[in-house]
Design a protein around this ligand. Structure first.
Ligand code: NDP
Length: 441
């Protein structure tokens, strides 16, 4: 059967999906209200409520935020401009995993080339600028709230489009010689809302397959907007006070490194659960286009507004922490990727042979815990938060949120692997009992 019915709902089912659909966009706005040019949360929590209330009453939500046409114009040009660039910039082609109709999709890997184009444009703009002033970065900084809201609205519009689109028959035949689209195993339940949230179609493609919407959104518009927001924070502080403080420089550099690494290693995305298993609905659209750019930058926005210097010693400690996390994150992901592509000699490693024909690696990083790569990623998140000092808990939301995300992801992956590998997965769990953090979880 090409599209089995979804029997088990994730994310707490319909109620969980409603809570996330309302809660996370609201949180994005709350973060702005707690950290902006009029008010920055500090260690005293007494005035938070009145400060937020004052701002909510002062903001002209319709004219300046939701229907700010300059911002809509900017955002649409950003999104579709990047899409056009993505189509035009060449790259090498790789095959994705085998789908249920026994076909494999083609993916263009052009992250490096795209970054070269964007960095060149940026370098020319900086070179030709007057005292390094770039109006587009000032625009992003000054219209942060409206941009965030516009991106959330855009995610809603995109999810509606994707949902309707998933009901149209394919123009070309699939591997079973029918016009049926391949749906996500999670997005084919009896609940319309849940399917909209989690995404019905597995790999929606438009323009005769030229653009894979999920793959494009996963790496390009959101991640690169996060990059632009980071630059806008440094740009704002430089033009306000004449310099950029060390804590802000550090958090910008650390996060830029992470973004560049993500775009440059885009091959890894093809085998990620987001591409192989999840549909493309509101959950991923909002996560990629709004949550990542507008909340992951909170540390940089905070530091662009407060006076906080780290000094060389603290900068060095934080950098060491970041690269320790990065080393674990990168080399464990690399080891799995090399293992799967047979770049590693299987004779030299311990593994479990599965009935599906694949081999579960039980050596190196993959003997320490079932997801050592998540541990590395989590350590990286600590390094970003520590740049902001200890005056507020707000900037530490990221380590808490990310821990929740990774634990939930591990549980979903465990359910997937348990169903896929059965007894061999039980054997693997016996050999590698810890899930993420050795001796703790
Ligand atoms: P993993 O890279 O851990 O991949 C899990 C899959 O790998 C399993 O489903 C299984 O797939 C295979 N696998 C698991 N164990 C083994 C083993 N021992 N030997 C061989 N294959 C194995 O998870 P993700 O795709 O979720 O994450 C990839 C990276 O992305 C992580 O480093 C994570 O931290 C990062 N990430 C970052 C996010 C962010 O917001 N910054 C969000 C999400 C992820 P198969 O069916 O092929 O066997």
């Amino acid at each position: 059967m090409l599209n089995p019915k979804t029997t088990q709902k994730e994310f707490g089912g319909d109620l969980g999906a409603i809570a996330i659909t309302i809660g996370l966009p609201a949180l994005t706005v709350v973060f702005y209200l707690l950290c902006n040019t009029d008010y920055v949360i500090g260690s005293s929590y007494s005035s938070v409520y009145s400060a937020v209330k004052l701002q909510v009453n002062h903001i002209n939500w319709i004219q300046d935020v939701f229907l700010n046409f300059k911002v809509w114009d900017f955002y649409l040009k950003w999104f579709f401009g990047l899409m056009l660039l993505d189509i035009l910039v060449p790259g090498k082609h790789l095959k994705g995993i085998k789908l249920r109709d026994n076909t494999q999709l083609d993916y263009k890997i052009n992250g490096l080339n795209l970054l070269v184009v964007l960095c060149s444009v940026f370098a020319v703009r900086i070179y030709r600028s007057d005292n390094y002033f770039l109006p587009e970065l000032e625009f992003i900084y000054n219209n942060f709230l409206s941009l965030a809201i516009v991106s959330i609205c855009f995610s809603f519009i995109l999810s509606n489009f994707l949902f309707i689109y998933s009901y149209f028959p394919l123009k070309t035949l699939n591997g079973f010689k029918t016009n049926e689209r391949i749906l996500s195993i999670n997005g084919n339940s009896s609940s319309v809302f849940y399917n909209w949230f989690i995404g019905r179609e597995l790999n929606p493609r438009i323009f005769n397959g030229l653009v894979d919407l999920k793959y494009f959104c996963e790496l390009k518009p959101g991640l690169l907007l996060w990059l632009a927001i980071l630059l806008s924070c440094g740009h704002h502080q430089y033009h306000e006070v004449g310099y950029i403080q060390d804590s802000l420089i550090l958090v910008i550099l650390l996060q830029l490194f992470y973004i560049f690494d993500g775009v440059l290693n885009e091959e890894g995305v093809i085998s990620m659960i987001d591409i192989t298993t999840d549909g493309f609905g509101f959950m991923l659209a909002f996560g990629d286009l709004s949550l990542v750019p507008f909340t992951y930058c909170l540390q940089a926005r905070y530091l662009s507004l407060v006076d906080y210097h780290l000094g060389l010693f603290n900068c060095s400690l934080i950098t060491i922490l970041m690269f320790l996390g990065y080393y674990i994150f990168h080399s464990s992901n690399q080891q799995k990727s090399d293992w799967k592509s047979q770049k590693l000699n299987h004779k030299n490693y311990k593994y479990i042979q599965t009935q599906r024909g694949t081999r579960l690696l039980c050596d190196g990083w993959w003997a320490i815990s079932q997801h050592t790569n998540y541990l590395g990623d989590w350590i990286i998140s600590w390094s970003w938060c520590l740049c902001t000092g200890f005056s507020t808990f707000l900037t530490y939301y990221y380590v808490c949120y990310f821990a929740g995300l990774l634990i939930h992801r591990q549980q979903r992956d465990e359910a997937k692997c348990s169903a896929k590998y059965g007894q061999q997965w039980e054997e693997y769990k016996e050999k590698v009992p810890y899930k993420i953090v050795p001796y703790i979880y």
